[in-house]
Write a protein that binds this ligand. Structure first.
Ligand SMILES: Cc1cc2nc3c(=O)[nH]c(=O)nc-3n(C[C@H](O)[C@H](O)[C@H](O)COP(=O)(O)OP(=O)(O)OC[C@H]3O[C@@H](n4cnc5c(N)ncnc54)[C@H](O)[C@@H]3O)c2cc1C
Length: 379
């Protein structure tokens, strides 16, 4: 897909920044390295890509933001992921659903790198079945009383603010579901211990036990689920750009390796069997990128096309898994070794088939749209 001059410019700016300011990462990074990079990202405006300029953002389209996230993740997935979270991930909920006060209070702190935000949606008994969440928000004077728990919350160990999905009514219907902002330190609210996932990224559980949250923190209540999922579709594209960048990094390293590694007296890229594997990977990469960019283009007016997002999600996640697996194969024992980053790239992109809705759930939604039938997931 042909990029406009402006889009190419954003891609080049991010590529140049990543090369000069970030070190190529080979594992998930925490501590000083993470904080130093977070500061560099904030100084260059990369923590507010899609957020309005008045709050320190760059006001870019989702497409432009995706191009930037991809380039950052190609060099340092941790930094790219952070830029995605701040710029077009969880902050989008505040930007698109929040009132003026909430935006003024939180967005400048996010774009300047002083505030990290987590998204509390998944629950122990409600993952794919997101409409089954049972965390409740019961009105009491000037507060909502929150009870329930969340699991798998990315960057929760760093976050001081959480967008929390909860039930504001008791009809048992989806229309009860809304979202509220909960600050760390709210009595009755605790962040669980750090849990490392397959890529090395930290996730935590969240616990609400009679946590009293001021009413002014509400983001959305009645009949908000569709709106919430609309914002979430844009968020998904950022996650896929991250996957695309990591997959490209694995491919780049593999191309260097096959041109330099010799067996049987010649570079291994001279073997025709490997050339075909390389061509297949390249076709998958090009197709995945084109499908992702089409979905990002459609989403750029902040109204993502649900089907285009699901198509991108399915294709990019499956291609990334296949490509990084082939990259390991082409590295032989070095691909399987923890001394080289190939196995880590594979572990990182594996998340795309699960986070943001599993592939099976996206395939069901897509089939429902294609067949124009609603499939009941319950007995
Ligand atoms: C890296 C990562 C980061 C995450 N970050 C966050 C976060 O920041 N905030 C947050 O709230 N959550 C987060 N999650 C959680 C994520 O959204 C859930 O893991 C995901 O929605 C799946 O839910 P589950 O894990 O409960 O799996 P389950 O829903 O239990 O699914 C198990 C299996 O059953 C299949 N399945 C379930 N229902 C159906 C069906 N109807 N038809 C066919 N197959 C079905 C699934 O596809 C899957 O294969 C993250 C997850 C990962 C991996």
């Amino acid at each position: 897909m042909q990029l406009t001059e402006q889009q190419q410019n954003w891609r080049d700016v991010a590529r140049d920044f990543a090369k000069r300011k970030l070190e190529p990462a080979t594992e998930w990074l925490e501590g000083d390295y993470f904080w130093n990079n977070a500061k560099k990202l904030a100084d260059h405006g990369f923590l507010g890509l899609t957020l309005p300029e008045e709050y320190g953002g760059m006001n870019l389209s989702i497409f432009d933001a995706c191009l930037i996230i991809e380039e950052l993740c190609r060099v340092c997935p941790t930094s790219g992921r952070h830029a995605y979270h701040a710029s077009m991930g969880i902050a989008s909920f505040i930007n698109q659903l929040g009132n003026e006060e909430q935006k003024k209070q939180y967005l400048p702190m996010i774009t300047s790198g002083k505030l990290f935000v987590g998204l509390g949606m998944s629950e122990p008994e409600a993952g794919s079945a997101a409409t089954d969440i049972s965390t409740t928000a019961v009105e009491e004077g000037d507060f909502y009383r929150l009870n329930g728990s969340k699991v798998f919350i990315s960057e929760a160990h760093l976050a001081d603010l959480f967008v929390v999905y909860a039930r504001f009514g008791n009809t048992g219907r989806t229309s009860d579901i809304g979202a509220i902002l909960v600050e760390r330190g709210t009595p009755g609210f605790t962040v669980g211990p750090n849990e490392e996932n397959m890529s090395g990224e930290v996730q935590c559980a969240l616990y609400f036990e009679d946590a009293m949250v001021p009413k002014e923190n509400v983001l959305a209540t009645n009949n908000a689920f569709k709106k919430l999922m609309g914002v979430y579709n844009g968020v998904r594209l950022g996650f896929l750009s991250q996957t695309m960048g990591i997959t490209q990094a694995a491919f780049d390293r593999t191309m260097e390796h096959v041109k330099q590694r010799k067996q049987f007296g010649k570079e291994i890229c001279e073997f025709q069997g490997l050339q075909w594997m390389i061509s297949d990977m390249y076709v998958q990469l090009e197709a995945a990128r084109t499908i992702l960019y089409r979905a990002a283009e459609a989403a750029s007016d902040n109204k993502p096309d649900k089907n285009a997002v699901s198509v991108a999600k399915i294709f990019v996640a499956e291609a990334a898994q296949k490509i990084t697996d082939t990259c390991i194969q082409l590295h032989g024992g070095y691909g399987y070794s923890k001394q080289y980053p190939l196995e880590w790239y594979y572990r990182c992109v594996r998340a795309a088939s699960i986070a943001g809705g599993t592939l099976q759930v996206h395939k069901t939604m897509l089939a429902s749209s294609v067949l124009e039938r609603k499939f009941d997931q319950r007995k």
